[in-house]
Design a protein around this ligand. Structure first.
Ligand SMILES: [Zn+2]
Length: 255
């Protein structure tokens, strides 16, 4: 009786160990190895442009509020931009969304996710302290829920995705591309998440070059981003800069 009990107990132990092994192997398979990467891109020189220098301006609406000043500025100067919105920004900023939708000739609205969760996949993985996605199913949901809302609002296709924090696992990049989305990188960070001063934003913008893809933010009206753009934009236009949306060009990754 004692012997039989020992055998059974050992059997249970073995099964439990095997289960642990299977679980850890499964979680290993779901956890992409390696640090997240920031995707840097420029406009491809293969893009046929009608004028040079040409720059793609991209603005993120992560969450928070609507910086109407920067959108009014772009409308005033007839400057197109690609706008990356989250579902949570859309849900709380109807006036901002209406302003964007009222100018389809200027604003290409694209996907910044449902809840602004970084595209790093695996339980406990973080970027800048922000939790990523536990698994690929959650990454799919983050992308597709926002894309559906943008399609419904704009009656346009959504073909670009920029993840929160603009950092990605290699496995997430592969998955996003498999879903049919192009990842929107950048070459110039104009406002560091709307934290830079007016002068710093204007200074960074004044140094942009042909082919640059600029990232800035339109969700923090108390920041200085709009003011910096207000100082720099007229000068850039006077210098002959032409602004395009991402759908107007091909992009290439830079190292
Ligand atoms: Zn963001």
């Amino acid at each position: 009786m004692l012997a039989r009990y020992t055998v059974m107990k050992t059997g249970v132990k073995i099964s439990f160990a095997a289960l642990l092994l299977i679980c850890s192997l499964a979680s290993f398979a779901n956890s992409p190895i390696g640090a997240p990467v920031e995707v840097h891109q420029r406009i491809s020189p293969r893009t046929a442009t009608i004028a040079k220098p040409t720059v793609a301006l991209t603005l993120d609406a992560c969450g928070g509020q609507y910086d109407a000043d920067i959108i009014r500025l772009l409308i005033t100067y007839n400057v197109p931009a690609t706008i990356f919105v989250t579902k949570k920004w859309m849900d709380h900023n109807h006036a901002g969304m209406q302003d964007l939708l009222a100018h389809p000739e200027l604003f290409q609205i694209e996907d910044h996710g449902a809840e602004h969760i970084p595209a790093v996949v695996g339980v406990g993985r973080r970027v800048y302290g922000i939790l990523g996605q536990p698994d690929m199913a959650h990454l799919h949901r983050e992308i597709e829920v926002a894309a559906a809302d943008i399609r419904n609002a704009s009656h346009r296709n959504v073909s670009w995705y920029r993840g929160a924090t603009a950092e990605y696992d290699r496995a997430a990049i592969n998955e996003i591309e498999k879903m049919g989305y192009k990842i929107a990188g950048f070459s110039v960070n104009a406002d560091a998440g709307a934290t830079l001063t007016r002068r710093a934003v204007a200074d960074r913008l004044s140094r942009i070059k042909d082919g640059d893809i600029v990232i800035a933010h339109m969700n923090k009206p108390r920041g200085d981003t709009a003011e910096g753009f207000g100082d720099a934009l007229p000068q850039l236009l006077a210098r002959g800069f032409k602004f395009v949306t991402l759908n107007d060009v091909q992009v290439q990754e830079i190292r």
